[in-house]
Ligand binder design. Structure first.
Ligand code: GCU
Length: 713
């Protein structure tokens, strides 16, 4: 009897007991949990018709086979017909649909755009249709997602068109396979083995990206090595492009601005020099001879030691346009980064990009899009939206988010980045009055941009689970979903991800979702509450470093940003200070201009506030700061505890991995709280309020704390 019960349980819960290293991401295609569910979907999945022939159709066929194998644990041999009137799932481009289906879909098909798709249930059958092969692939993934999340198929009608055209990952991967700000091992691009060896991981990478609508990848670091533009590497990049093409993913390369000098010993890289312009044109021609559908260049110029147009007294627009003219005849684009600042410019670092780019509005070629980080500083745990959004009506701007968590605890902290991204995307710029959200800038609706885009700095590496922390996969997933539609609901995104990746059991999904949704505020509290920023350790940015000062570049220190002294703390960015606030619309100037009306989240970002200032909570600034640090620590412990209750609900391998990372997170949250409060406490001179735990060590201990070989530099 005992044995029988065990084997019955084994049958029912294969997912729980089977070790899982996370490699399959959200494409687990977890087995149906019981016979009734299996029977329900079998009717459909056993009767699929896929019409048409192309490499993308082959990808669709293979994906369906993988899914069916997973759902039915290999007990069913997938058979997908080319043409069968009896198919219950019909996957066909609109031009390939037979009359009956055309009639069933009717006018709706007219609403499908380039990459879009329609899934419609009609008279017992499901039609997945699109105008392009890639649209069909996206539609197939969408249908598979419905089955992965165990939704009913009857009555289904989904029409989806992407709201953003360029949906890109940006890898900061070096040719030697180290990854700048990468915390999940080495670069997955094995350049040495390319072009001859196409690793299965490249294919799985393409599958994962296509499943969330990502349609481009820039494979090399923005701190660029010109070598990638040489035939040796172009041949390798072309092999990647060939592998990605059936998945609708274009390849882009980072261009080092002085490449003409490095590669061909030109005396200058001046963008207005005719020889230089000819060089880029020839280079573009060469690249397109290897990669006919090459996407274009991503450029970091005049920033953090990178060469750029400034070296020749030229503007960012003049620099961008030279490269843009070179790729234009081939349909290529240039993504020119707005992350331009210089320690020699005497203004507040966060003002510099706006000061430089705003006057250039309208001066860029029509195949240039300016890529702007979400906030004006540099991927801090919390920043207000970048003031360029809404300020460049004549120049398309695209968003750059950082999926890798350089300043957010790196690989070992669980923080649901989509919560932060949503906050930025939903911010109203008021550029054209109420309702001029960052989203409306990005999707082109506010200013009529012809090019639209969103890029995410990748968190992918050679770790078996791709992202170091298993939950880093959720950030990759959410990035794709938000790039497709920035209005997507983040609760739904995280819920779907949990179901597809782990289990459909609500007793797992609901509590895990709750942890994820609380994780962002928790992290902000134990790292940078009340609008503090850039107080991380020097160079590697892991762990606290509010004491970082001196060393040649003031704008890379912590003291530049928090300015703590015996009286007060915070950066005055109002008229009486750097006046960075002037870069925002009057609506924001009114809110953020006065400490009384500034939300506490941005208090010290915009204001210098005395330690004993009474805040709306009734606490002094010092007490509020200390209590928030404490709250953050308690939040991290709560996450640990909530997660521990989920033991047995998913496989032990991933459960344990996440548990041990949560332990690191809780310990590091204490480290942040204790060291920051000890450090700032020297200035406030005030005691810790009731409820805040005493630090474990003295300040000297934290000042001396040093770790060697922190990854990602
Ligand atoms: C940050 C990061 C750098 C990176 C830079 C960029 O400053 O620390 O490693 O190169 O951003 O976005 O270009």
């Amino acid at each position: 009897m005992y044995r029988l019960v065990i084997s019955f349980l084994l049958l029912l819960s294969p997912v729980i007991l089977k070790a899982n290293d996370g490699y399959k991401l959200w494409l687990q295609y977890l087995p149906f949990e019981n016979k009734a569910v299996a029977d329900y979907y079998q009717d459909y999945l056993g009767n699929i018709t896929l019409v048409g022939k192309s490499p993308t159709h082959e990808v669709i066929r293979r994906e369906l086979e993988i899914a069916i194998e997973g759902f039915f644990k290999g007990t069913i041999t997938p058979s997908i017909a080319d043409h069968n009137e009896y198919g219950l799932i019909w996957i066909a481009k609109s031009e390939d649909l037979s009359g009956t289906f055309k009639a069933a879909i009717g006018e709706k098909s007219k609403e499908i755009k380039d990459d879009g798709y329609l899934i419609k249930y009609s008279q017992g059958k499901i039609v997945v249709t699109a105008n392009s092969d890639i649209g069909l692939l996206y539609g197939t993934f969408a249908l598979l997602k419905k089955i992965q999340t165990r939704e009913k198929l009857e009555g289904m009608e989904i029409l989806e068109n992407p709201k953003i055209q360029l949906r890109l990952l940006n890898h900061w991967d070096n040719l030697n396979r180290t990854v700048e700000r990468g915390y999940a091992g080495f670069s997955i691009w094995n350049w040495h083995r390319l072009p001859h060896h196409i690793d299965q991981q490249y294919i799985d990478y393409a599958r994962a990206n296509a499943s969330i609508g990502i349609n481009g990848t820039s494979v090399t670091n923005v701190n660029a090595n010109a070598l990638v533009l040489t035939p040796e590497y172009l041949e390798k990049a072309a092999a990647l492009a060939d592998a990605f093409r059936p998945y609708g993913i274009k390849i882009y390369l980072t261009a080092r601005f002085n490449a003409p000098m490095i590669l061909d010993s030109l005396p200058t890289a001046d963008p207005l020099d005719l020889q230089v312009q000819a060089w880029w044109k020839k280079k573009a021609e060469e690249i397109y001879s290897y990669i006919p559908d090459f996407g274009g260049f991503l450029v970091k110029a005049d920033s953090e030691g990178q060469p750029g147009p400034h070296n020749y007294g030229r503007t960012q627009a003049e620099g961008a346009n030279t490269l843009a003219d070179a790729v234009k005849p081939f349909g290529g684009i240039v993504m020119w980064r707005a992350f331009v600042y210089n320690e020699k410019t005497p203004t507040d670092r966060i003002k510099q990009a706006y000061d430089e780019f705003k006057p250039l509005d309208g001066k860029f070629r029509d195949n240039v899009i300016v890529q702007v980080k979400n906030g004006p500083l540099d991927f801090q745990p919390r920043e207000p939206f970048h003031p360029l959004f809404g300020s460049m009506p004549e120049t398309p701007l695209m968003m750059e988010f950082q999926i890798t968590k350089e300043y957010l605890g790196q690989e070992s902290h669980w923080v649901n980045l989509a919560t932060m991204w949503e906050e930025v995307l939903q911010s109203d710029t008021y550029a054209k009055g109420v309702g001029s959200k960052v989203i409306n800038v990005l999707d082109g609706s506010l200013h009529g941009y012809k090019l639209t885009g969103m890029a995410g700095v990748s968190n992918i590496g050679t770790d078996r689970n791709w992202t170091g922390h298993h939950t880093g996969q959720a950030d990759w997933y959410a990035f794709g979903k938000l790039a497709w539609n920035p209005e997507s609901h983040i609760e739904e995104i995280i819920g779907d991800w949990l179901k597809m990746t782990y289990s459909n059991d609500p007793d797992f999904v609901n509590p895990a979702k709750n942890i994820a949704l609380n994780s962002y505020e928790t992290l902000v509290n134990y790292m940078t509450p009340l609008g503090l920023h850039h107080i991380m350790a020097r160079s590697h940015h892991w762990g606290p470093g509010p004491w970082v000062t001196g060393g040649g570049r003031d704008d890379w220190t912590a003291t530049y940003y928090h300015k703590a002294d015996k009286k007060a703390i915070g950066f005055d960015r109002t008229e009486s200070g750097s006046n960075a606030l002037a870069q925002y619309t009057p609506e924001w100037k009114n809110v953020w201009g006065d400490p009384e009306t500034t939300p506490m989240a941005f208090l010290l970002w915009f204001h210098r506030v005395s330690w004993d200032k009474k805040l709306s909570t009734g606490n002094s600034l010092w007490d509020e700061m200390a209590l928030r640090y404490q709250q953050g620590v308690e939040g991290a412990r709560w996450m640990q505890n909530e997660w521990s209750k989920l033991e047995g609900k998913i496989d032990t391998e991933r459960f344990t991995h996440i548990s041990s990372f949560l332990n690191i997170q809780a310990t590091e949250a204490e480290w942040w709280r204790d060291s920051c409060l000890l450090y700032f406490g020297q200035f406030s001179g005030m005691p810790l309020p009731k409820g805040v735990e005493k630090p474990k060590h003295d300040l000297q201990y934290y000042l001396n704390f040093k770790r060697n070989f922190v990854p990602g530099i």
